[in-house]
Write a protein that binds this ligand. Sequence first.
Ligand SMILES: *Cc1c(COP(=O)(O)O)cnc(C)c1O
Length: 493
Amino acid sequence: MKFISTRGGEKVTGAQAIVKGLSDNGGLFVPEKFPQVSAEELDEMIGMSYPERAAKVLYKFLDDYDEKELLSACEAAYAKFEGDDPAPLVKIKDGVYVLELFHGPTCAFKDMALTVLPYLLRKGCDICGVEEQILVLVATSGDTGKAALEGFKDAKGIKIMVFYPDDGVSSMQKLQMCTQEGKNVNVVAVKGNFDDCQTAVKNIFNSEECAAALKEHGTLLSSANSINFGRLAPQIAYYFSAYLDLVSSEQIEMGQEIDFCVPTGNFGNILAAYYAKRMGLPVRRLHCASNMNNILTDFLAKGKYDVHREFYKTMSPSMDILVSSNLERLLFEVSGRDFKLTAERMKKLKEDGVYEITEEERKAIAEIFDGGFADEDEVVETVYDLFCDTGYTMDTHTGCAMKVANDWAHKNKKDTTKMVVVSTANPYKFPQDVLYAVTGNDVRDSFKGIKRLHAATAMAVPKSLATLRDKPIIFKTTVTRDKMFDEVLKFVK
Ligand SMILES: *Cc1c(COP(=O)(O)O)cnc(C)c1O
């Protein structure tokens, strides 16, 4: 399987796509065509473990890797998760299920991919004969940073550096990152919001000057952000797994279509669902859930992407994003894989902050995607209502998705299609907000939040969060955007 750039010009192997992260002209790597999973293969996958299902999906794209090795890598990655099942499906009520993707080492869905990516990157470098030291550079809205640090810590021949927006992440997320252990890690705060931070990191990636400076130190840049195909591929697997779990638990018949509702920021998670559908998984509709930063809701309704709008800091910080990088991959598909048009639109987005798609394209997207959002009060109400009705506790990101799923059910009372709401974080990762939603109590301190949330819900506290309080703060640097590359150079010297 070969990969091409959404902006044309390049054709690379899977290993190359993962090592490079971004194509030379700034485009994202996409598979030359979507590999298919046949009905017989789906049947075979029912009896498989999660790592086996994941390895099977990965190998469909990454056939330049060794299939057995992919399996051992997936087994090792998902052994780091709490419980027997890395992606359990929980039935909430008739026809509604929650796919819990937060049982990994850092309690957010990013672990699903970032526990596997270090293997994909290390092996990718070996396949490509890369001899330089690799520097993984990450811009994070909170959860990616910690998951990447945890995944890459002490990896051979790889250094990892994470930039996060100074006041754009939750206190728990900040603490998780700033206490990170490992010999090859670095964490730096940047003044500004996530989009500023992400843009600055992208500029480093696109700069020949930066590449040359790093080369002098024997260093090559790579990305662990969700634009890297190595992030996307392991995410496709859990959509297959959720579907197979519905079949094996006799909730649906094999072949019956289902819906997914996904809390969305950078459009990576929901894009993986779209890829699963394109590979033949029986998926009907995809519901794209946002918070008050509802630029995607507007885009799906109007066909116009416009970043000139207020930016809100919400209780679901991992979705406080205005420029959803992975949308480029969907645009590329609906434009009929038009490289030139995709490149033009991305140029317009960069220069003017706005682009439009045609009405025909908008309709094509609307055949699969719906958009919706939840404001802050609605998130609180949704988390509270579900807790009261069923005893199930969700985090604030999942709350956005549940609200959007509820709205859909309300508007389509006769629709019997099963809805899987994707849950992206453990409630204890956002303890104050979830506590407030569930009990109305407002506490300042995260650990008090954890204690009281535990008292209110009796839900188990993940070990990695419970022990955070006693860890020393290792990283304290804050810089402005123009000083980021200086920090990079200091780190690789
Ligand atoms: C990253 C993240 C999201 C958004 O996922 P995208 O792939 O960026 O759309 C949603 N919820 C949580 C908890 C996250 O960490």
